[in-house]
Ligand binder design. Structure first.
Ligand SMILES: [Zn+2]
Length: 266
């Protein structure tokens, strides 16, 4: 047996080529930001008190990184300190959207609470939204080598079935090859998460999910992100505010008497 040098024994890093970068900060139009805080204001005006509410951040299919609007679904229940999203709720809202509009995250309000960061319940919601969004909005972000130990190279029509018992992976080619590297596409997606408060504060995170098309290896990560405000010429008009007031009246359903076990512990 021939001993390899130490450097040969060191496992080589799998080859990886970056194909696309997912957003590292959140771009948001002035209109969308204004609308989010206006919803909180209308909730206080219409329902006499501040309640948590949630909505989806919306974008044009052509430009999925930029939040251009806030979509307000019918909130299942609005408490002063708890909001919960289910996958069916997102699907229902998504299906009602126009074809060129997509959901790229979610936004919720902590109302008048002084709790200025994401809570444990928010984390669960984030995972739900991330799964939903990335299933529909993913792109090839990298090509990455799948390191294979004991790769068995076979030539088409020239091997016996018994030979398939050997090796961890069998690669069958139409000509003799002595070496092969397998690189899989990594598909990645993201979802934005924004929490706001009545006093005007906001916090953001971007959640990422990446998945290897062959290995199925899934990697989830997240980062705190800054907001980059974009002016696309649209602003909230008086007519918009009147329409939004009607939506708030219809879709926000205060429940001031929740069972204690579902109140988010803070
Ligand atoms: Zn929250």
């Amino acid at each position: 047996m021939r001993f390899k040098s130490l450097s040969d024994l060191k496992r080589q890093k799998p080859k990886e080529v970056t194909l696309a970068i997912l957003p590292q900060e959140i771009s948001l139009t002035h209109y969308a930001k204004e609308k989010a805080f206006k919803i909180s204001e209308l909730v206080r005006q219409i329902h006499d008190e501040s309640y948590e509410w949630y909505g989806f951040t919306l974008a044009d299919k052509e430009n999925p990184d930029l939040i251009t609007d806030i979509g307000l679904p019918r909130n299942a229940q609005n408490l002063q300190e708890y909001v919960n999203i289910g996958p069916e709720g997102i699907a229902e809202y998504y299906d009602a959207l126009s074809e060129d509009t997509i959901i790229n995250g979610w936004i919720h309000s902590h109302g008048a609470l002084h709790y200025r960061h994401f809570s444990h319940t928010d984390e669960e919601n984030q995972a739900t939204v991330l799964d939903f969004v990335t299933a529909r909005l993913r792109k090839a972000v990298a090509k990455k080598e799948i390191p294979i130990q004991d790769l068995q190279l076979l030539v088409k029509d020239e091997f016996a079935e018994k030979e398939l018992e050997k090796g961890s992976v069998s690669l069958i080619t139409d000509a003799v090859v002595s070496e092969a590297i397998l690189m899989e596409t990594i598909y990645g997606g993201f979802s934005y998460s924004i929490v706001i408060g009545d006093e005007g504060w906001h916090e953001q995170e971007i959640h990422y999910q990446e998945r290897g098309v062959i290995s199925g290896r899934t990697h989830v990560s997240m980062k705190s992100a800054e907001v980059m405000l974009i002016d696309n010429g649209r602003s909230l008009t008086q007519a918009d505010i009147i329409a939004l007031g009607k939506e708030v009246e219809e879709k926000i359903q205060p429940n001031t008497n929740p069972p204690t076990e579902i109140i988010e512990r803070m």
